[in-house]
Design a protein around this ligand. Structure first.
Ligand SMILES: *[C@@H]1O[C@H](CO)[C@@H](O)[C@H](O)[C@H]1NC(C)=O
Ligand SMILES: *[C@@H]1O[C@H](CO)[C@@H](O)[C@H](O)[C@H]1NC(C)=O
Ligand SMILES: *[C@@H]1O[C@H](CO)[C@@H](O)[C@H](O)[C@H]1NC(C)=O
Ligand SMILES: *[C@@H]1O[C@H](CO)[C@@H](O)[C@H](O)[C@H]1NC(C)=O
Ligand SMILES: *[C@@H]1O[C@H](CO)[C@@H](O)[C@H](O)[C@H]1NC(C)=O
Length: 370
């Protein structure tokens, strides 16, 4: 019998485990044998050998039924959502014109549900001779939004002899919607087994009592999300910043006015006497994203330039990476003082420096709710 099989399984679990481990060891040994044999073959083969490996794919579509599997097991835990005790089960089952019993509505996850028991099976669903169990959502709530509800469902049938609940669980949440507001197990155990008053059967006890239960856990759909994308074509992709009286700048760094490109605010930041490693030898230049959220990261592809004011021989460096801790991209050693002050180069003219950023692409993440 099935229950006995189950109990035996539990007793034999340790042995099963051991056997599994043995299989694993055997597999491992086999694998190494093949591996070494293969390596040896490779050594002895002088001709370059072509290894063809064929992976056969079973070409059959997954049927929707197979997407969710039913698990059947004993549980000590009683149902969390609703319990239905039928004190005259056989009498109910054998009453004329009674095919099913539907419980009163009970709430779960913000909806009303009913538990439905077909003692002799729901013939329309292939459950003849079996006890069929269903849970149904109050369809009036589905007329308004949301139009569908997903819920994890478990059915329980109590067994007095085991003092446990025979449990039917689906691996995936089920969908309840207006055109199919119910889900169930048309085939659990046979009516004969469930209604058998013999204490050794255990489902029917205390005269003619059976206990059924259900768990309905509504799975919430996400309410927070984000959308990551790269900027669409930027109309205005260049910003130029002119800094006058360069030789008399005394502060550690200077920041341009805030400018908006691609819907985002930016600034240019320059360290005339060099940032960190570059101090005393090079000028540092960065592009900085303003108004970044603490968790937000931006991917930026852009060109930073110091314009040559005489010809087009600009000093140009490319950035292409995720934002760093300071939400900036750039170079400590953007241009050496030697090159910067070299009057033949045209970078610093009339003590004026012209810096530029040209955006190529950057990412944009939108957060909902913002
Ligand atoms: C559930 O049923 C109760 C009683 O009929 C009712 O008051 C309540 O509004 C219902 N809840 C929903 C979400 O329909
Ligand atoms: C809701 O369910 C009841 C009982 O199952 C049924 O009579 C009714 O037609 C359903 N309503 C809709 C809008 O589907
Ligand atoms: C630059 O220097 C000149 C002369 O020293 C001064 O008149 C002018 O205001 C300065 N410009 C800026 C922007 O500091
Ligand atoms: C100066 O500029 C030249 C030509 O652009 C470049 O090759 C050289 O590396 C630069 N020197 C420094 C120290 O940046
Ligand atoms: C530099 O200044 C001089 C005089 O102040 C002016 O004639 C010249 O055009 C300026 N050069 C540039 C490149 O602006």
């Amino acid at each position: 019998m099935f229950e006995k099989g189950l109990i035996k399984k539990e007793e034999n679990m340790f042995q099963e485990e051991k056997r599994k481990t043995n299989y694993g060891t055997i597999c491992l040994v086999c694998f190494f044998c093949f591996f070494f044999a293969f390596q040896f073959m490779k050594l002895v083969t002088t001709q370059p050998s072509t290894t063809t490996s064929t992976i056969s794919v079973i070409d059959s579509p997954i049927s929707s039924d197979k997407l969710s599997d039913r698990r059947e097991y004993w549980s000590i835990r009683p149902p969390s959502t609703y319990c239905l005790k039928i004190e005259s089960f056989r009498k109910l089952a054998n009453s004329p014109n009674i095919e099913k019993y539907e419980s009163r509505p009970f709430p779960s996850g913000g909806y009303n549900w009913t538990l439905i028991v077909y003692p002799k099976g729901n013939k329309k669903d292939g459950g003849e001779g079996q006890v069929s169990l269903y849970v149904q959502i109050d369809n009036s709530t589905l007329l308004n939004s949301p139009k569908e509800v997903y819920a994890e469902v478990k059915f329980f049938i109590y067994n007095r002899k085991e003092d446990k609940y025979l449990t039917y669980q689906e691996t995936d949440p089920r969908r309840f919607f207006l055109f199919k507001p119910y889900f169930g197990q048309p085939r659990t155990k046979s009516y004969d087994e469930i209604s058998n008053p013999d204490p050794n059967a255990g489902y029917n006890f205390d005269g003619d009592t059976n206990l059924f239960g259900v768990d309905v856990f509504v799975t919430e759909t996400f309410n927070n999300w984000e959308v990551f994308s790269f900027s669409e074509s930027l109309h205005n992709r260049v910003y130029t910043w002119t800094l006058l009286n360069f030789s008399s700048l005394t502060k550690q760094f200077y920041v341009s006015e805030v400018f908006v490109i691609g819907g985002r605010s930016w600034t240019l930041k320059v360290y005339p006497s060099g940032d960190r490693e570059a101090q005393g030898n090079s000028m540092s230049l960065y592009i900085v994203a303003a108004g970044i959220k603490p968790y937000e990261e931006i991917y930026l592809k852009a060109k930073l330039r110091i314009l040559n004011q005489r010809d087009t021989n600009h000093v140009e460096k490319k950035v292409e990476s995720w934002s760093d801790q300071e939400n900036s991209w750039g170079f400590e050693k953007f241009v050496s003082f030697a090159n910067l002050t070299d009057t033949s180069r045209g970078l610093l003219v009339n003590d004026t420096l012209k810096m530029e950023v040209e955006f190529e692409d950057f990412s944009n993440t939108k957060y909902f709710p913002s």
